[in-house]
Design a protein around this ligand. Sequence first.
Ligand code: ADP
Ligand code: MG
Length: 227
Amino acid sequence: MIRLRNVCKSYPSGDTELRVLKEVSLDVSEGEFVSIMGPSGSGKSTLMHIIGCLDVPTSGSYQFRNQHVGELSPVELARLRNQEIGFVFQNFHLLPRMSALRNVELPLVYAGERKDVRRARAMRLLSEVGLADRMHHLPNELSGGQKQRVAIARALANQPSLLLADEPTGALDTATGKDIMTLFQKLNENGMTIILITHDPHVASYATRVIRIVDGQIVDDQGRAGA
Ligand SMILES: Nc1ncnc2c1ncn2[C@@H]1O[C@H](COP(=O)(O)OP(=O)(O)O)[C@@H](O)[C@H]1O
Ligand SMILES: [Mg+2]
């Protein structure tokens, strides 16, 4: 599904450049559940932004489902990002004035789905993440774990083939974090490909494969499919 080859990412920094990713090569197959671990500043989020087509490598190549991402037009890229990839963030990124239901419906509005289709799908997804009785609440009426469930339902709205999560339990207490990881595990068992960034070894242990990144390079890769 994902094929990165010799991916580098640099940012200009004064007279030199800051090399954030250094020759990263990585394959992820359909159906995998991968955790990415590494110290703060090691390049994890940068790598995830490239995988999620939110950013582009400085050099190297990226293929997503056999498409060369670097050769797509902006419109094709936006389509790929919206239709194929769901994102979950540490701080949920919910719109505060919209109910849980409307937050989950929003990507479907952008995708041009009809109102009855959007409503039905958002209700089904919120039920699947255990929030059938909280659909009409605003984010500030929900606990952290409930907010993250809404965010996960929203990430699934366009039926993506890949779910990316950057420190999804980072703002949650340990018990709530476990509940969220159990939900990711269930989604993976139902076929979703998941790549998740975490600091926490216990969180990482829910994945079937753990990649460690230090100073912009993959230093360890345990549990790779076929390895
Ligand atoms: N847009 C940017 N411009 C300049 N430097 C950046 C930018 N994004 C990230 N960096 C730098 O790249 C390094 C890696 O960042 P990041 O990928 O966010 O690390 P992590 O998620 O592992 O903590 C950091 O030193 C960060 O300051
Ligand atoms: Mg980060």
